[in-house]
Design a protein around this ligand. Structure first.
Ligand SMILES: Nc1ncnc2c1ncn2[C@@H]1O[C@H](COP(=O)(O)OP(=O)(O)O)[C@@H](O)[C@H]1O
Ligand SMILES: O=C(O)C[C@@H](O)[C@H](O)C(=O)COP(=O)(O)O
Length: 331
């Protein structure tokens, strides 16, 4: 029997919840941001990127979020619609908030960083009233971004969404998605993210992100298996720890573990790896594939996106991902 069960008779496959933002990716790469003059604009925000990845793979996706009441908000909503993503739960925030911006610096293929502008951002204005029970219960899965817990009222909206998902057997994916901007302290992050991780079916994060969740509660053990066991004592069935260019390790509640490798890439920049991986990994699980095959699909997708200039725009189709696997052989 499979570890997680998706309610197959639901019309919507996947709902993303969290930030809808803009990435401004440096055009003049291999130089510091101080010397960068031009940027290309893309839809961004990790949960947006993952939802776009899933829609590109052919699943029916929707989004719960807030956008600013201006040109940037409309740009994002139109982009989601063009990708076939349902935006009926994307609310326009009229409080005077702005769209979050992520400026990316690409100094070298291995030295990339992000500078986020996150003051008074629309995504964190998401309200519990924006989370509708009838919307959640018609979906097979929902994915929560940890950053949506950074402030109220978005924080309460997340807890409502998770409880409704659990009530209606909607599989809860939790991507820790730690972004230091907008959080007050690391303890605050660790404690709130832990509360959602406890209620989630599948948890994804990097080693340092999992450490952040463990830090408020005791000495760091920095051991992937012990991390997974912590969450298996709650509700989780799958815990996936991402290790950048070293691949990933997935643990399942029945005691198995799977080491995922990587595919060769012409790396332009490192960001976007996690989002493309997550989209393709979730797609695999939703197709009923085993963990190892889903992990391989995620890694192949990530190899495409790190070889591209953007995150959202570069999300590949299933055929493109399969072509990478066929070219390099199963890992
Ligand atoms: N340089 C790389 N070359 C090829 N694949 C990569 C590279 N970096 C990351 N990946 C793939 O993307 C996955 C997620 O990357 P990671 O950097 O850990 O996520 P995040 O972007 O969330 O920090 C990895 O497990 C790996 O499969
Ligand atoms: O998440 C953001 O707000 C910025 C993203 O759009 C950005 O492109 C990025 O950092 C991707 O994150 P990753 O996949 O975890 O590297």
């Amino acid at each position: 029997m499979s570890l997680i069960t998706f309610e197959l008779n639901r019309p919507m496959d996947f709902i993303g919840l969290g930030r809808l933002c803009i990435d401004l990716n440096a055009n003049e790469i291999h130089r510091p941001m101080e010397e960068t003059r031009t940027f290309t604009k893309y839809v961004g925000g990790s949960p947006a990127n993952i939802t776009i990845a899933i829609a590109r793979l052919g699943l029916k996706a929707g989004f719960i979020g807030r956008v600013s009441d201006d040109q940037h908000g409309r740009f994002i909503t139109h982009y989601l619609e063009k990708e076939g993503i349902d935006t009926t739960s994307v609310t326009t925030d009229r409080s005077g908030s702005v769209t979050g911006l992520a400026f990316t610096e690409i100094k070298s293929p291995t030295d990339c960083s992000i500078l986020m502008y996150r003051d008074n951002v629309a995504d964190l204005k998401l309200e519990p009233g924006d989370v509708r029970e009838e919307y959640i219960r018609q979906a097979k899965a929902i994915m929560i971004s940890g950053t949506a817990l950074a402030k109220s009222p978005s924080r309460e909206a997340v807890f409502k969404a998770v409880d409704l998902a659990r009530k209606h057997n909607v599989v809860v994916f939790f991507d820790i998605d730690y972004r230091p901007w907008t959080w007050t302290s690391r303890d605050e992050t660790g404690i709130y993210c832990s509360l959602v991780a406890e209620k989630s079916d599948v948890i994804l994060g990097g080693r340092e992100e999992f450490d952040l969740l463990e830090a408020p509660f005791g000495p760091l053990r920095q051991d992937d298996r012990l991390t997974a066991e912590r969450w298996f004592a709650h509700h989780a069935k799958i815990v996936l720890v991402k290790h950048g260019g070293d691949g990933s390790v997935a643990f399942t509640k029945d005691g198995q573990s799977f080491t995922g490798t990587t595919f060769p890439a012409n790396v332009v920049k490192t960001f976007g790896a996690g989002d493309s991986f997550a989209g393709a990994f979730i797609y695999g699980l939703m197709n009923g594939w085993d963990i190892a095959r889903s992990q391989q699909f995620g890694a192949a997708s990530a190899s495409i996106v790190v070889s591209s200039h953007s995150c959202s725009d570069a999300m590949p189709t299933a055929e493109q991902i399969q072509a990478v696997i066929d070219k390099h052989g199963s890992k």
